[in-house]
Ligand binder design. Structure first.
Ligand SMILES: Nc1ncnc2c1ncn2[C@@H]1O[C@H](COP(=O)(O)OP(=O)(O)OP(=O)(O)O)[C@@H](O)[C@H]1O
Ligand SMILES: [Mg+2]
Length: 225
């Protein structure tokens, strides 16, 4: 099976060498767990190091803010990659969501020949739909048909063990990665767990997720107090 290198150091070891190509991966976590940075790093690494073009579909945040975050990690050539059509940001406005988001995404993936995509977030898109379950099934299936390896970001309810509010997307997507924050006195432990990854063996359980100067990194879990 062909693998897609995640771009997050230490993560590919947990999924036997990378995400299976063309698969849909749900990235869920409560607010502030690092989902957006993870998505940016996945696309930046793909465009920069693996010649895999990427599309970032943003509902929640203005792409200019996303680019500013990227620069904090030294990913300074993000605009150059954009000019070369290796990286593209698609802002989906609230009134656009309901009617043609799937079509707009499909068009862009084909335009730039995207191999990687991030949807930030699935939970923000489905708010506009009455039948959320139906929307999730049809949207994820449509994206899977494009053959692009995708990360679907979704909110987890804070302070609960549930992965998603919808209770559906974790079943629909091929893979599920859960990010968590654990408050410890005045510090915080950030963790990452692979809940499932169809078609490949995984190392389950919690690992540490760290912010470094150059982005996120996975390390063996060591709780600190
Ligand atoms: N350069 C950095 N160095 C250290 N920590 C950072 C840095 N950039 C972001 N963070 C931490 O990451 C958190 C936000 O990351 P991110 O925006 O990826 O989270 P998110 O899961 O997408 O949140 P939301 O659900 O609100 O969209 C911030 O609250 C901050 O604590
Ligand atoms: Mg975010």
């Amino acid at each position: 099976m062909e693998r897609i290198i995640s771009g997050i150091n230490g993560l590919d070891n947990l999924v036997n060498g990378g995400f299976p190509k063309g698969h849909s991966v749900l990235l869920c976590g409560a607010p502030g767990t690092g989902k957006t940075i993870f998505g940016l790093q996945f696309l930046y690494t793909g465009a920069k190091n693996h010649n895999e073009n990427g599309l970032y579909v943003s509902i929640e945040e203005n792409p200019n803010k996303l680019k500013a975050y990227a620069k904090e990690f030294g990913w300074k050539d993000i605009e150059k990659l954009e000019n070369e059509k290796k990286l593209e940001f698609l802002r989906v406005a609230p009134n656009q969501r309901k009617f043609d988001v799937a079509e707009a995404v499909k068009q862009k993936v084909q335009d730039i020949n995207a191999k990687r995509m991030v949807i930030d977030s699935l939970s923000a898109i489905y708010l506009a739909f009455e039948d959320i379950t139906q929307f999730i099934y049809s949207f994820v299936n449509l994206i899977e048909e494009l053959g692009v390896t995708s990360i679907f970001i979704t909110d987890s309810p804070p302070g609960s063990n549930e992965l998603t509010k919808d209770g559906v997307s974790e079943f629909v997507c091929d893979g599920v990665i859960h990010l968590q924050l654990h408050d410890v006195s005045k510090a915080v432990n950030r963790t990452i767990s692979i809940k499932k990854m169809r078609g490949t063996s995984i190392i389950p359980g919690m690992n540490s997720l760290k912010f470094t100067e150059s982005g996120l990194e996975v390390e063996e879990y060591k709780a600190f107090y």
